[in-house]
Design a protein around this ligand. Structure first.
Ligand code: FAD
Length: 395
């Protein structure tokens, strides 16, 4: 691959987002409103037209074949510039799995829909009683002729209500070591017997769901890899998320917002000088922490680029990244002063026909704070990540 001038590429990404992000999406992002599925699809199609949706995919799959450092540069710059995230369930999760482990038919059937963003996926891993201890999952798939019959329930399935398909871990054998009886199935969400129950989280929004499977008949051709090889595939899939794990772009954007909010506080003659000094110090502290996270992330990713083993790097980035994001979101609410308790979930969906009131601005920040509680839970809790760091890095 030719050498890439990363500084020039960063500028190219900034220019591209400035010129091509649709105004209505930019407006929603800048006001910290919720995006709809159609907003994500629209942006992903714009990226795909530019050849940038599949940055990490190899060229044989229509990808850009970027190095990890170039992928990181893209994620950071587009995040700072306010572009929506690329929804990972197709592009970063099941896509690479199908490329690596899928049959020729699975590749031909599923890859085009991921590339075009016309087919949307969700991830059915967690269950009640099988989150951190994922290998204890119980949703069963019993072979019946040329089908599997799936029964059980998946918990916390994000965006299942938007999804056409689920990539799902199921138990096909309960007799031996628990990791050995797990298989990886692709399930059409329109199949009879699937019920989606919305879960409204603490922020008052519907992001996630519980899914029930009652005698759901899934064609055996939808099994990826060997029966019983699901655990190995699940681990492969998780390793593909390492680059977005510390998510520095959106943090740097939020940090810029906090700087503006702090400037307004510092200029307000009614705010107590001691309070001003404390808020300014907290902002400076978190600014230092973000910069150290950015430096650490760059060091790790450069190492992966040169073939250095990952070890506990991704776990360290996950823990530090989520701690800093939660700190930023707490500071964001404190900077709202008397409006800090405002929270109106409906506001997140309102059209931007006038400037936001102070209470509405505060409400958007409160939403960041409330939703931010789950950042240290999903993708493996911070407690479990610390166990991995203890084992992998400290010995
Ligand atoms: C908003 C949201 C969206 C999610 N989206 C998805 C999704 O799309 N698909 C999906 O499959 N899953 C999803 N999840 C599930 C997520 O991955 C799990 O919630 C997570 O793995 C934790 O599992 P659990 O909730 O069962 O908690 P548990 O595993 O029961 O943990 C409870 C507490 O015990 C601690 N704990 C558990 N084991 C240990 C240990 N060995 N050492 C120290 N502490 C421990 C945990 O850290 C936690 O504090 C989502 C979760 C949330 C909150």
């Amino acid at each position: 691959m030719p050498d890439v001038n990363i500084a020039a590429f960063r500028q190219e990404v900034r220019d591209f987002v400035a010129a091509n992000l649709p105004d209505d999406i930019r407006e929603k992002v800048s006001r910290y409103r919720d995006l709809d599925k159609s907003d994500y699809v629209r942006w992903q199609k714009i990226l795909q037209d530019r050849g940038w949706l599949l940055g990490g995919w190899a060229s044989e799959w229509g990808g850009a074949g970027w190095s990890p450092i170039q992928q990181l540069a893209f994620l950071q710059e587009s995040g700072i510039a306010g572009a929506p995230m690329i929804i990972p369930y197709g592009v970063s999760m099941v896509g690479p799995v199908i490329q690596r482990f899928g049959t020729a038919e699975q590749k031909a059937r599923h890859i085009p829909g991921i590339v075009s963003s016309d087919i949307w996926w969700c991830q059915g891993y967690s269950e009640t009683g099988a989150g951190s201890d994922l290998a204890s999952l119980k949703t069963s798939a019993r072979r019946d002729g040329d089908h599997f019959v799936v029964n059980g329930s998946k918990m916390w399935t994000t965006e299942a209500h938007w999804a056409d398909w689920m990539h799902c871990l199921v138990r096909t054998d309960a007799s031996g070591r628990k990791q050995d009886g797990i298989s990886f199935l692709l399930i059409d969400m329109q199949t009879p017997g699937i019920t989606i129950r919305p879960i409204v989280t603490i922020d008052g929004q519907h992001h996630t769901n519980q899914i029930f499977f009652d005698d759901v008949r899934v064609p055996a051709e939808n099994l990826v890899g060997e029966e019983g090889a699901g655990w190995k595939i699940a681990k492969f899939l998780l390793s593909h998320e390492r680059l977005s794990i510390s998510d520095t772009g959106p943090k740097l954007r939020l940090m810029n917002r906090l700087r503006d909010m702090n400037r307004a506080v510092q200029a307000d003659p009614h705010v107590d000088p001691m309070l001003k000094a404390t808020l300014a110090r907290r902002l400076a502290d978190v600014a230092v922490e973000i910069e150290t996270l950015r430096a650490m992330e760059h060091y790790f990713v450069e190492g992966w680029d040169m073939g250095r083993p990952q070890g506990a790097d991704a776990s360290i980035l996950k823990v530090r990244g989520t701690e800093i994001l939660q700190k930023l979101s707490i500071l964001a609410t404190d900077l709202q002063g008397v409006h800090a308790a405002s929270h109106d979930p409906d506001h997140l969906h309102r059209t931007a026909d006038r400037p936001d009131t102070p209470a509405e601005i505060a409400s958007a920040m409160t939403h960041q704070y409330l939703y931010g509680r789950c950042w240290s839970i999903f993708g493996g809790t911070n407690e479990v990540q610390r166990n991995l760091i203890a084992r992998g890095a400290l010995g």
